[in-house]
Ligand binder design. Structure first.
Ligand code: CTP
Length: 405
């Protein structure tokens, strides 16, 4: 595994040296990239000596040692080579300037160009003066980055180098490294587990051209699939119709109706050790689908019948699998979710209040509460990727508890 560690120009730049060592302790190769500003605070030699690799300090390195040498072609495309070879990009410290450039897509040095060129996960650990941190411009940039999936290791509060007190202090190195490891999926806590995930909406046929469906986009389930793969699991993804591309190594079964989803899930159940049901399964379907397209006439009514509750059926036919359900509620959120936890014999339920604007259905963001038989864990509004991480944390914890029994 290889991490590109971007160091930008803040007083906390020296702390990145310790991050190099902590990553290396975990068997990770580190390619350090320093901005011009960073080089005012720490010499590249420090990082070269620690990382055992050449430190990248400029976009176009000269081709030879002689004065006036032209940049060579290797250096001109090095950012692409680095972008393709890394498993994560970590920036410690991330100054307000770097955050602004990342957010706006400005690519005027190696680090900012690398940020645009890489598809690897990105983690930033900001550090700056408290007023710079609180400034609406910085906060707006952070929000944009968050929405695009960048993980932000929030700064701590305390005495800052500028003499002020408040948020802006670089997070503890252990926290930064934990976030980087999570981004790398290097914890491999789910190695040996097979996670069966259902995602997306279902479609219940009315006639050959019409169906009943719901607003689920499938993003929560796909984020869980990707996160579980990164933690080393085998992933079986049963997906209703979505516009999303499933993560490369997930084993995907595509379904349309709730009945098809039910059959796929029951068939795969014996292979699974963990089941996570994010799918928004229809509760009702037309009693009989018309063979021919229904013609326009006067008012008509559609007779609906309940679908089978897949989760409830799973609970009856499962062996030792851990089962996590999702619940979408619009009122009495926690109370209703708790009832479902018990009535569906689940190990945990993840509930979201879908009446809230901007989170839940058809959004990149979510705010949930994870309820187990012994705990209630609030996950305030964040990306679906982060929610997926918190749900998997619980899956890992509950598996350990059940294995210890
Ligand atoms: N679910 C299921 N099969 C169904 C309906 C729902 O397996 N036919 C699962 C969903 O995948 C989700 C959980 O049950 O994990 C809760 O879904 P939700 O729609 O909130 O609950 P319902 O049981 O349908 O209850 P209600 O609609 O009355 O709130």
């Amino acid at each position: 595994m290889k991490v590109a560690l971007g160091v930008s120009g803040g007083i906390a730049a020296y702390k990145a040296a310790e991050v190099v060592r902590l990553l290396q302790d975990r068997g990770i190769r580190v390619q350090v990239i320093m901005t011009q500003g960073a080089q005012q605070f720490v010499r590249p030699l420090t990082f070269a000596a620690l990382s055992g690799e050449k430190v990248i300090t400029e976009m176009f390195a000269a081709g030879g040692d002689e004065k006036g040498a032209q940049p060579n072609i290797d250096s001109a495309i090095e950012h692409i080579a680095v972008a393709q070879s890394i498993d994560a990009l970590l920036v410690v410290p991330a100054t307000a300037d770097i955050l602004a450039k990342f957010a706006q897509g400005i690519a005027n040095d190696f680090l900012t160009t690398l940020y645009l060129a890489t598809t690897a996960p990105v983690v930033v650990a900001p550090a700056m003066n408290v007023n710079m941190w609180n400034h609406p411009a910085t906060q707006a940039n952070l929000e944009l980055l968050r929405q695009r999936g960048v993980r932000i290791v929030e700064p701590g509060e305390g005495y800052l180098a500028c003499g002020m007190t408040g948020p802006g202090r670089l997070a503890e190195n252990e926290l930064i490294v934990a976030a980087a490891m999570e981004a790398l999926g290097a914890s491999q806590e789910l190695a040996g587990e097979t996670v069966l995930i259902t995602a997306g909406p279902t479609r219940e046929k009315i006639d050959p051209v019409r169906y009943l469906t719901n607003r689920s986009s499938g993003r929560m389930g796909y984020a869980l699939a990707e996160a579980a793969l990164r933690r080393g699991a085998r992933v079986l993804l049963v997906s209703g119709p979505t516009a999303l591309t499933p993560p490369g190594s997930a084993e995907v079964t595509r379904v349309e109706s709730s009945e098809q989803m039910r059959q796929a899930v029951l068939k795969l159940l014996p292979e699974a050790t963990i089941v996570i049901k994010t799918a928004a399964v229809a509760d009702y379907r037309p009693k009989s689908a018309a063979e021919q397209k229904i013609k326009r006439k006067g008012p008509i009514s559609l007779e609906l019948e309940p679908t089978k509750d897949i989760l409830a059926e799973l609970a009856r036919s499962k062996s030792s699998q851990l089962i996590i359900g999702f619940a979408a509620e619009t009122e009495n959120v926690l109370e209703n979710a708790r009832k479902k936890l018990l009535s569906k014999s689940l190990d945990a339920i993840v509930v979201n209040d879908v009446s809230r604007e901007g989170v839940g259905f058809d959004s990149d963001r979510n705010a949930v509460t994870i309820i187990t038989h012994s705990e209630v864990i609030e996950v305030p509004e964040t990306t679906k990727w982060e929610v997926a991480q918190r749900v998997l944390d619980q899956a890992v914890r509950l598996r350990k508890v059940s294995q210890a029994k």
